[in-house]
Design a protein around this ligand. Structure first.
Ligand SMILES: [Zn+2]
Ligand SMILES: [Zn+2]
Length: 172
């Protein structure tokens, strides 16, 4: 909860705040997310308007997860833009709108929504990640460029036979 006490209720009043808050639990998708209790840095502007308090700004949070190609642990960070109007009274607000709780406002749902949208769907440890060998599962970066499995496709194998037979015919 963030207090808007210093802001007052006079429309036009503005306040800027930098805050850092612990990340909420369960903020993530399959491969990557914001670790619980990691520090989320908020750079916020609070503006008193007629109906309530308009909050806008950015949030930066660390990410931890694993590479979708090679499954190595990765860490990075996201920065998301936030904007939410918190109403003084539910008379002005619709059901989806956010309300102030006295002088307090809860920015967590706003941050959560923005952060989930910003998460990479298939995070990679690097753009050049080669992933794992589909045959044996070894990391291709470790295996080296010469790593391959000799496997002749049955259809090509029979073609090889044809070529050999033709060669034999010509020799006759
Ligand atoms: Zn990788
Ligand atoms: Zn292999």
């Amino acid at each position: 909860m963030i207090s808007t006490h210093d802001l007052g209720k006079r429309p036009g009043t503005m306040l800027e705040r930098r805050l850092s808050l612990p990340a909420p639990a369960d903020l993530g998708v399959d491969m990557i997310g914001v670790p619980k209790d990691a520090e989320v840095e908020l750079d916020l502007r609070f503006e008193a308007v007629m109906e309530g308090v308009l909050v806008s700004g950015t949030a930066r949070a660390p990410l931890a997860g694993e590479c979708a190609r090679c499954l190595d642990p990765i860490s990075s960070e996201i920065e998301v833009g936030l904007q939410e109007l918190f109403f003084y009274s539910d008379e002005d607000a619709s059901e989806e709108d956010s309300l102030l709780d006295g002088e307090l406002l809860d920015l967590e749902p706003t941050f959560r929504d923005a952060a989930v949208l910003a998460l990479p769907l298939s995070p990679v440890c690097g753009d050049d990640c080669q992933g794992l060998c589909v045959e044996c599962g070894i990391r291709l970066a470790d295996a080296g460029p010469d790593h391959r499995h000799e496997k002749i496709d049955a259809r090509w194998a029979s073609l090889q036979g044809l070529v050999t037979e033709n060669d034999n015919d010509q020799e006759k």
